[in-house]
Design a protein around this ligand. Structure first.
Ligand SMILES: *Cc1c(COP(=O)(O)O)cnc(C)c1O
Length: 476
């Protein structure tokens, strides 16, 4: 299973640097375990490794796990042996319900779906987190002090992270979700997990409130050290690296590297679509990355007009995209600023103080060459679900519906196949799907048990001190 691994590539060490320049560079292991950088920035590789055209061509008939090894090896560098990486990747994707892991489904002559919902929690986040949990366990196997993984979720990250960590030795997970703002299926997927190392907190506030608490805890150096805090939400670099794999895996099946492929990505925190950007920096010919947002359109405004500013949060039928600040956008801004960490740190400090940032026009225009913004409202999303069901028999989830609506809107401006990322299974959002299509999507039998098991979670106010006290109460 060596498709596409350049031996020379693997041997090169790869360091990861913070977007704000004041945290120590770390290797893949260090960046994985750290999550957020100690200066408040995000880790990115010191350079973007490239795969040769022939390396991409060799992946055309590769299994998913082979593509994963080829794509991840240059990022992992010397932090894992070739055999170790292969073994972790094999285990991570063995539990997926589809033999192809991320199958492509053709909708018509232009449009394809990349189904990313065949993992244990029915959403694309499993692709990254099933691997990340195993990376953590592997990197920590010789350590005694337990690690506390803490995260905020607008729905799918939480269940996928919990599924990835439940029962693993050497770590526990504390997951915050905004009370009442995740679907029942999403909540039950988190709260019915019985493992003793899983702790759910329902915060009386929004996802942004929950995310701000997590950030504040990370920025408290003493608290962070006391609990060995780490993150598995999409600020973790290793998670994004794992997501690069399915862009490559899909594109080479549709003609890459000899013909370009476009992707439409239902976007919230900008993690998934940033992985598509990384794939393009690695040499994959990506003609466009459609950044599909719902009414929470900070990214659409930023990419269309340079207006990166928080607005009021609007709850929608695609709750995993209901956010006002997209953490991973900082990684793109870092590249747009020519990797000048000082300039970016100043820009981010300004944004954190005022809630707004004007992206200079040359930088916005540079981003817009690849990233095409599209804001899709609930009505257009529902029409798209209805149309897809009528025309193809496919039941899509609302997030995927936002992506496909954006893909159809922009199809005339883009050449070649357009792949919409199907980020969740329709059965995770049955009410919205039934309202749009008249069909109630059934949960696959492998997860239906969540309705029979008792729920376990703690309600807390949206205050950092309350969450800190809860974690202190768990003991060392
Ligand atoms: C998390 C999520 C998204 C948004 O992905 P980002 O990486 O945060 O942009 C889209 N759809 C679904 C179903 C999700 O769970």
């Amino acid at each position: 299973m060596n498709a596409g691994i350049g031996a020379a590539n693997r041997a090169q060490p790869m360091q990861h640097v913070s977007t704000r320049g004041a945290a120590p560079p770390l290797d893949f292991r260090g960046a994985t375990l750290a999550g957020l950088a100690s200066d408040g920035g995000l880790y990115v590789p010191e350079r973007w490794p490239r795969l040769e055209a022939d390396a991409f061509r060799r992946l055309r008939t590769a299994r998913y796990t082979e593509t994963a090894v080829a794509v991840l090896a240059p990022f992992v560098g010397a932090a894992l042996g070739a055999r170790e990486l292969e073994a972790l990747v094999e285990e991570a994707y063995a539990g997926f319900a589809h033999a192809a892991v991320t199958p492509l489904v053709q909708l018509d002559h232009r449009h394809w779906l990349l189904e990313l919902h065949h993992g244990p929690t029915l959403a694309f986040k499993d692709l990254a987190l099933q691997l990340l949990g195993r990376l953590f366990a592997h990197f920590l196997q010789d350590e005694r002090a337990p690690l506390t993984i803490i995260g905020a979720t607008s729905g799918d990250t939480g269940s996928a992270a919990i599924a990835a960590v439940a029962g693993l030795p050497g770590m526990r997970i504390v997951m915050l979700h905004p009370e009442g703002r995740v679907s029942e299926v999403q909540r039950r997927q988190m709260t019915t997990v019985e493992a003793a190392n899983v702790h759910n907190i329902a915060v009386a506030g929004s996802f942004d409130d929950a995310q701000a608490i997590v950030k504040a805890l990370f920025n408290d150096a003493r608290f962070r050290a006391r609990h060995r805090l780490s993150a598995v939400n999409s600020i973790n670099w290793a998670r994004l690296a794992a997501q690069v794999v399915y862009y490559v895996h899909a594109a080479v099946r549709l003609g890459a590297p000899d013909a370009p492929v476009a992707f439409a990505v239902p976007t919230g925190n900008f993690g998934d679509v940033f992985a598509g950007y990384v794939a393009s920096r690695m040499g994959l010919p990506v003609s466009a990355l459609i950044v599909a947002t719902n009414e929470n359109d900070i990214l659409a405004r930023a990419l269309a007009r340079g207006d990166y500013s928080r607005g009021a949060l609007t709850p929608t039928a695609s709750p995993s995209m209901d956010i006002q600040v997209s953490s991973n956008f900082e990684r793109l801004l870092f590249d747009l600023h020519g990797r000048d960490a000082e300039a970016l740190a100043a820009a981010m400090a300004g944004f954190e103080a005022s809630g707004r940032m004007a992206i200079p026009e040359p930088l916005r225009a540079e981003a817009a060459r690849l990233f095409r913004p599209a804001r899709v409202d609930g009505g257009e999303m529902a029409e798209t679900l209805a149309h897809a069901h009528a025309a193809t028999g496919q039941l899509l989830d609302p997030h995927t519906g936002v992506g496909l609506a954006a893909a159809r809107r922009l199809e005339a401006e883009i050449d070649g196949p357009i792949v919409t990322l199907a980020t969740a299974h329709a059965a995770k959002f049955p009410a919205a799907v039934e309202a749009a299509t008249g069909v109630f999507p059934m949960l696959p039998g492998r997860v239906a048990g969540i309705f029979d098991r008792p729920e376990r979670f703690t309600r807390l106010p949206a205050e950092t001190a309350a969450v800190a006290a809860f974690i202190d109460g768990l003991g060392a």
